[in-house]
Design a protein around this ligand. Structure first.
Ligand code: DQA
Length: 146
């Protein structure tokens, strides 16, 4: 069994109503269902959490250290600001994929830089909800490669 922690950062609980022209019409529940659907027929267990609070995300990563094989995270705006989140990922040394619904490199200047990316295996952005599914696929493939 491969255990994957999925973390959604701030404001992602509002998906579906939050700037649908940027983030799409799917709700967070819809996206979580797509992730669960993707893991059907595979020996993969997902634990999915959303928080608007930096410390809660850090705590979840610390807990994940004892359970997860990998981390899929959309850190929301913490992507651009949170050295603490970055340090948490580096500290637990869980292979991590960063996913974004929007193409952060094609948006405002402050979104073009991720402080999280350097501690990740890779980043997938710009494909809406599919960024999550493809991020999960990439993470599982990475883990399978050893
Ligand atoms: C986001 C991009 C971030 O810049 C923004 O703050 C978000 C969502 C995305 O998924 O496109 O909250 O992470």
């Amino acid at each position: 069994m491969t255990n994957i922690l999925v973390l959604h950062g701030p404001n992602l609980n509002l998906l579906g109503v939050r700037q649908p022209e940027v983030y799409g019409k799917m709700t967070l529940d819809d996206i979580n269902q797509e992730l669960t659907k993707f893991t059907k027929q595979q020996k993969v267990e997902l634990r999915i959490q959303q928080s608007n609070h930096e410390g809660d995300l850090i705590d979840a990563i610390h807990v994940g250290r004892n359970w997860a094989d990998g981390l899929l995270i959309n850190p929301g705006a913490f992507t651009h600001t949170s050295y603490a989140l970055r340090d948490a990922i580096a500290s637990v040394a869980l292979p991590t994929v960063e996913a974004h619904l929007s193409n952060i490199h094609a948006r405002e200047a402050f979104r073009r830089h991720s402080v999280i990316a350097p501690v990740c295996v890779g980043q997938i952005c710009g494909f809406g909800w599919r960024s999550y599914v493809w991020g999960l696929q990439a993470l599982l493939q990475h883990l399978a490669d050893g």
